[in-house]
Design a protein. Structure first.
Length: 580
């Protein structure tokens, strides 16, 4: 890339910590989105205090390129638009400063299009790991579709206008999912208060109360326990002479509903432990599933559970038959309810037929409902605000929050009569289907595709009109290649009356521009394109010889095209900006 005046230069990543009080530095996330972020989540302090004359300090219009990240993000570029000499940048980024042949924002926008990103990804090293890297020489080799300078300005202006509209639309779109979530929670809350089926109850007053269902579940559970105990005693050659052994059975503790919300007539509160199938305790799953085994037993992790109650089969892992057999007690079958209890607490899915015979990890529990209870009744109950409040009361842990299995067994659920469970589940399925979960994701993907298409159109020369009076980019490049128009970006613009800049300030004895080569508003034009700059940065960008630079600067100041701005302290650098 013949447009680089300085760099690519790697940053610096010294030790940092929560108590660090040294220099501010960017985090990698500051540029991951292709736009500069300088908020508290994208910056931090290091322990060191970087010297004022260090080359690590960022200046406005520096281009930062992620030289190492995931394959998706490696090569992402962003333009620094913060205050001068305030932040440094980390080792995982490269900084580029450009010549006057290209507007920094134009080049940055181009670098984030598909062609250069693909160019970098294809040449990244270490792609088998988590952190592919690109080199400075690879960045320099990127082919650039260079437009004439005036057209660059038109392209940048058009893209910025379109991006501003797109950002407003995306912000509005991002505000919708929380509203939908509140709507879902309101519907679920109403359902498990009994409001959703109030009219149905009025028309069906003679249904069997939920307490009768609870008694039947309890009786079946006790019968199964007695059969299992008796079988064990007979296997040991012991035949009981009386029924005292039955006294060992422990009934689930009754729910104290005195401080719980009142439920409709015919409903009752029940512990989750009371609402499981008699032959399937509420348990967590595999602790150490080992390496992924092709063709092995699939197991579900919270990361595989989608927020809309589905399973992401693209991420499902498999364990060996031997390990799965050790955790056979936690095996899942079609219709089992899975609740996440570590990290993201409260994800709920119904086991699909494709995972029948699979398992779960220790980050989830399996809940198998008793015969007659709709699977989705249990799922909706676990998603309701009535249960979410209990998760918040029981959760513990600092870095990673969790529930333990006993907490889950002690959760209390609003239990409707069996017939009303079916009606409530049907109404919830209908109501929640109207909330367009997938529509928002589809619209967000369309925005992403639209932005990529607009960028591609811009750099094909189809977004803004061409002006035949613009100096062709080929002529500008020819002048650069012949040794005119490339500034080194090194040295400080100091001036001694009647002298020229020392040869050390000019890269490889290249001849720089004179005032004859530029327009009367040349410097103010640069400032309009790039924003406020220090005198040194403006000189570097101008490519003017030092005397010509100061003569041009003086004339444009006198004509009111630009002005000087100083900071609050005496040591603050001199900042120049264009007058509007």
């Amino acid at each position: 890339m013949e447009l680089i005046a300085e760099g690519p230069t790697n940053g610096y990543s010294p030790q940092s910590g929560h108590d660090a009080a040294g220099t501010l530095t960017l985090k990698l996330t500051a540029t991951t989105g292709g736009k500069m972020r300088l908020d508290a989540n994208a910056t931090k302090r290091i322990y060191e205090h970087i010297p004022a004359d260090s080359k690590l300090w960022l200046q406005p219009n520096d281009i930062l390129i992620q030289r190492a990240n995931t394959l998706e993000h490696v090569g992402t570029a962003a333009i620094y638009d913060g205050p001068p000499a305030t932040y440094i940048y980390p080792d995982l980024m490269m900084r580029v400063r450009v010549t006057g042949a290209v507007i920094p924002s134009f080049l940055c926008l181009y670098l984030n299009t598909d062609a250069p990103r693909t160019f970098l990804r294809d040449r990244a090293t270490g792609t088998a790991g988590n952190m592919p890297k690109v080199s400075g020489s690879t960045v320099r080799a990127i082919p650039v579709h260079l437009a004439p300078i005036p057209e660059q300005r038109r392209i940048v202006a058009k893209l910025e206008a379109l991006t501003a509209k797109s950002d407003r639309a995306k912000t509005a779109l991002e505000a919708i999912p929380p509203l939908f979530d509140r709507l879902r929670q309101s519907v679920l809350s109403a359902a498990f208060r009994g409001d959703l089926t109030a009219a149905w109850r009025a028309k069906n007053p003679d249904v069997e109360p939920a307490e009768e269902l609870l008694k039947r579940i309890g009786a079946e559970r006790r019968r199964r326990w007695e059969e299992a105990e008796l079988a064990q005693m007979r296997a040991k050659g012991k035949v009981p002479g009386n029924d005292r052994w039955k006294e060992k059975y422990e009934e689930p503790a009754p729910v104290d509903a005195s401080e719980l919300p009142k439920l409709p007539e015919g409903w009752c509160w029940a512990r989750l432990e009371e609402l499981r199938a008699p032959d399937a305790p509420i348990v967590y799953g595999i602790i150490q599933p080992g390496d992924d085994v092709p063709g092995g037993v699939p197991y579900v992790r919270p990361i595989d559970m989608t927020n809309d109650g589905g399973i992401d089969f693209t991420s499902i892992k498999r364990t060996s038959d031997e390990i799965a057999k050790q955790y056979e007690r936690a095996s899942i079958k079609t219709g089992d309810v899975i609740l996440s209890i570590v990290g993201t607490i409260g994800k709920v899915v119904i086991t699909p037929a494709a995972l029948n015979g699979g398992n779960i990890t220790q980050s989830s529990v399996r809940i198998r409902t008793p015969d007659g209870m709709p699977w989705n009744y249990m799922r909706f109950a676990l998603l309701s605000p009535q249960l979410r409040k209990q998760y918040d009361r029981f959760r513990f842990g600092n870095a990673v929050q969790r529930l333990n299995v006993e907490h889950v067994r002690d959760l209390v659920v609003p239990l409707a009569p069996t017939a009303e469970q079916r009606e409530l589940t049907s109404r919830l399925e209908s109501a929640l289907q109207r909330v367009p979960n997938g529509l928002i994701r589809a619209l967000q993907e369309r925005f992403y595709d639209m932005e990529r298409a607009i960028l591609a159109k811009a750099f094909r020369g189809e977004l803004v009109p061409q002006d035949p009076n613009d100096e062709p980019a080929s002529d500008l490049l020819a002048r650069i290649r012949s040794g005119r128009g490339i500034a080194s970006g090194a040295g400080k613009p100091t001036r001694t009356k009647g002298t020229r800049a020392p040869r050390s300030q000019i890269k490889a004895e290249i001849v720089m521009l004179t005032r004859k080569d530029v327009t009367k508003s040349y410097l103010s034009g640069i400032l309009k394109d790039r924003g406020p700059l220090t005198a040194e940065a403006l000189w570097n960008a101008s490519q003017l010889q030092i005397d010509d630079f100061y003569d041009q600067l003086k004339e444009e100041e006198a004509r009111g095209l630009l002005r000087e701005k100083r900071g609050d302290s005496a040591s603050a650098p001199r900042i120049l900006e264009a007058r509007t």
